[in-house]
Design a protein around this ligand. Structure first.
Ligand SMILES: NC(=O)c1ccc[n+]([C@@H]2O[C@H](COP(=O)([O-])OP(=O)(O)OC[C@H]3O[C@@H](n4cnc5c(N)ncnc54)[C@H](O)[C@@H]3O)[C@@H](O)[C@H]2O)c1
Length: 282
């Protein structure tokens, strides 16, 4: 009997990093489902890879910042992928938006509600995807290698190296780093892993060509292939809570910080004191 194809759910798979990952997975015979607000890339992949007898690429339009929208896409994915999703990649994201009026426009008038779209897509949207994935993984049997499912998130170098002019994006990416370093330590006992890539500047649709041209001169552009390699390492490895820092030469795993004894003890005590929130038997 031919082995069942491995399956993946990718948000933001129509462009950039998500699209490159989708291409790599398809080259290894995965069956994938793309949820994206824009479907041009997903449709192109479907045209290239689907045949009248085998559909490897499925997709649905979804806004990841809406729970209902993601839920609907995830349910469609479960149906298309025959009830099992091995890997989930919340990759959809946007860059920094103006969240407040210009400083020069703030002298008078009422307070303005901030635009939190970047946080809603880059953090709330990721939490929704993680919530769907973890609930689904818990319903699945372990695969032949002992895993119920794996999550590959996308943070950024902005998730640990503060960039002053991108505060809301950084808040979201620090959030993704925090989620990875915490949940990624709790879930492996259930057969679930959570890791994240932290790319530097990669040439995708998230920024302008003019910006990339200027960055290219500095020799710091990140290889998209290297980012995809780190996703593949997450799939094949058994690590969890790992941050893959992706630079021009490929990726390295970021070492965990070492804490003073009082701080480590505090972390341990807080951890033990909050496990009951997640498991009814404690
Ligand atoms: N390109 C970089 O330099 C870089 C660096 C670090 C991290 N990242 C992160 O990588 C991820 C992917 O970005 P990219 O660089 O490939 O950009 P991209 O613009 O090429 O791709 C982003 C994809 O997300 C989709 N998307 C955006 N908002 C959405 C929403 N609300 N709902 C559903 N889909 C939505 C877009 O349609 C697009 O297909 C993002 O999380 C980004 O923050 C990118």
């Amino acid at each position: 009997m031919t082995p069942r194809p491995r399956t993946a759910f990718i948000t933001g798979g129509s462009s950039g990093l998500g699209y490159a990952l989708a291409q790599r997975l398809l080259s290894q015979n995965y069956h994938i489902f793309i949820a994206d607000i824009s479907l041009d890339g997903a449709k192109e992949l479907a045209t290239t890879h689907n045949t009248p007898s085998v559909s490897k690429v499925h997709y649905a339009g979804a806004d990841v910042s809406s729970w209902d929208s993601q839920l609907s896409a995830f349910k469609q994915a479960l149906q298309a992928l025959k009830g099992r999703i091995d890997y989930v990649f919340p990759i959809a994201g946007i860059g920094e938006r103006r969240w407040l009026p210009f400083a020069e426009e703030s002298a008078e008038g009422d307070f303005v509600k901030p635009n939190l779209q970047t946080l809603e897509v880059d953090l709330t949207g990721v939490l929704y995807t993680v919530a769907l994935a973890v609930q689904q993984f818990r319903r699945q049997e372990k695969d032949e290698r002992g895993w119920k499912g794996k999550l590959g998130l996308v943070a950024s170098i902005c998730g640990f190296s503060p960039v002053p002019a991108v505060p809301v994006y950084s808040a979201a990416k620090y959030g993704v780093v925090g989620l990875t370093r915490t949940y990624g330590k709790m879930l492996p006992t259930e057969g679930i892993t959570v890791n994240a890539v932290c790319p530097g500047i990669a040439r995708t649709s998230i920024n302008t060509e003019a910006f990339y041209k200027s960055v290219e001169k500095d020799g710091i552009l990140v290889s998209i292939d290297g980012v995809v390699d780190s996703f593949m390492d997450m799939i094949e490895g058994s690590g969890s809570a790992e941050l893959y820092v992706c630079g021009p030469e490929g990726y390295v795993k970021k070492e965990e910080e070492k804490y003073d004894a009082w701080l480590q003890k505090s972390i341990d005590v807080l951890d033990e004191g909050h496990r009951w929130i997640h498991y009814s038997g404690l």
